[in-house]
Design a protein. Sequence first.
Length: 240
Amino acid sequence: MASVIVEGAPPRARRARTRFYVGASLLITATVLAGFAPVFFATVVRGEPRPWIIHVHGAVYLGWLALLITQSVLAARGRIELHKRVGNFGIAYACLVWVLGVIVSIVVPTLHVRAGEWTVDRAASFLTIPLGDMVLFAGFFGAAVAYRHKPEIHKRLVLLASVAVMFAAVGRLWFVHGSPLRILMWYLPVLAAMAYDLVTRRRIHPVYLIGAAIMALAIARIPFGHTDLWLGIGRKLLPL
């Protein structure tokens, strides 16, 4: 039976538990790469031009994943002071991720409409997905910053923020496209973290329960995107 690690455990035990977050960050990164890589390489092979802002967004997002892994490794190795110093940079970097995410959320559907591939209503409806991701990311990461002096809360909120922006990548996984598995794959890192809490703490941390509930509510943005109320808003957001 695995040993139970409680709050106030010795540093070595805390570092052992923190190693889980290295694995979780690698799972998130692998999922994102698996979802976006085929689209990226297909675009390159076909020689399709892409606006520079999309390339910048992609590069910055990869940087975010690298930062996530780095911070997880530093925490697992007990390099807490360095972790905190890198974290100060991470706050500014997360703001950049958010700004570019919002811009690209609007640019991509606009380009599809201008190319004659989507109707205006389809583009307006689509906006609820990426913009919803940005709302979740901002909420979870903002809370993580507010609780940065409480590691047990902070690290869980960072994981939730990183999972929030996985949604688009998960939707591009070939084996979940158009199926309910998309939601399961989106939740997978959080479900794994909950299971790990049960094994090591004998209870799920409230942050995960609250976060999972918020994610469940956020799924409602997909049908909401097809309502007349949202379509009227979404059309005005598109620079057409």
